[in-house]
Design a protein around this ligand. Sequence first.
Ligand code: NAD
Length: 366
Amino acid sequence: MRVGVPKEIKNNESRVGMTPAGVFELVKNNHTVYVQSGAGDGSGFLNADYQQAGAIVLDTIGQVYAMSDMIVKVKEPIKEEYNLIQKGQVVFTYFHFASSEMLTEAMIDRKGVCIAYETVEDEDGTLPLLTPMSEVAGRMAIQQGAKYLEKPEKGRGVLLGGVPGVAPGRVLVLGAGVVGIQAAKMAAGLGAHVTILDVNMKRLRYVNDVMPSHVVTEFSNEFNIRKHIKDHDLIIGGVLLRGAKAPNLITKDMLKDMRPGTVIVDVAVDQGGCVETTRPTTHENPIFIIDDVVHYCVANMPGAVPYTSTVALTNVTLPYVLKLANLGWEEACRQDFSLQKGLNIVEGKVIYREIIEAFNWQALTV
Ligand SMILES: NC(=O)c1ccc[n+]([C@@H]2O[C@H](COP(=O)([O-])OP(=O)(O)OC[C@H]3O[C@@H](n4cnc5c(N)ncnc54)[C@H](O)[C@@H]3O)[C@@H](O)[C@H]2O)c1
């Protein structure tokens, strides 16, 4: 198969869909890989690295799309890319169709085969191609939180680890999922006191088993949240209700109960956030302050660490890319339940129920 890796052209996106290690594996399996010149620059992979791994570097994005049977990228295609997609061409990337009718209509129109990273699903219901980005964001949340707790950044002026003779900072983590556990682990590693809340007792039991004793689990309810926000320095929002807006566990009135300079990192901002006052921010302008509480609500946190994010993402996408290339998309999806769940639009037909429901498109049901 001819596999194409274009440069991401969405604003502020420095990740790339394949590393030289991925190229090497595909070439070893007798496939041809076309990489757009400069595609890996933002993640620290140069044209020469790709060439050494066996890729053919092409000058333009148009050439990459025109020469390839399958496109492997990171973000959903933007307007400029719509017309590059050809009938029957496989596009394997994050799409998030339900949030854009325009994108969905464009992909129906182009008649490509759209396989979405975010809906590839394991038998146990977990989403293997979303997990690494949550891992990155969870770990980064503590790094960012620690920074904004510093006084010049408008925080309380607390060092998370404390020092001998001074108590460590206190971190409250809402949600003991992927984001929450990675955040708790980082905070605990710095020596902070950590309280982690969830409504799922299985998650809390797991955290209790694997974390050191300065990570304390509690059941998530309004009473406990109101109690803890008063004396925690850093609050991490890592709650997810699958397919729904995150619940507002911290309402605007609660901000007044927090000490001035408390920092909230609401990682769940991409699902609306679990704090009522959350609104999406960018890496250029990551924070805002309400009632003396610092809010960090960057919707694409992994974008700030493209090297780590690219390698983490491609580690998990590569086995699927190889399967698609070796077997062709139809046979690969027949053999692999997880990949089958990733099929969203096939040659003009929407086959992922949630998209049809999101836009009330009963007529397109197949
Ligand atoms: N901002 C970013 O850059 C970024 C990056 C990656 C992920 N995210 C987002 O972070 C969020 C968390 O992702 P995840 O992978 O950890 O999800 P996850 O499904 O692994 O974990 C979510 C956890 O929230 C818990 N939960 C549900 N209701 C709760 C409640 N009322 N109180 C406490 N806990 C509750 C669930 O039981 C679950 O354990 C998602 O919205 C995801 O999209 C954001």
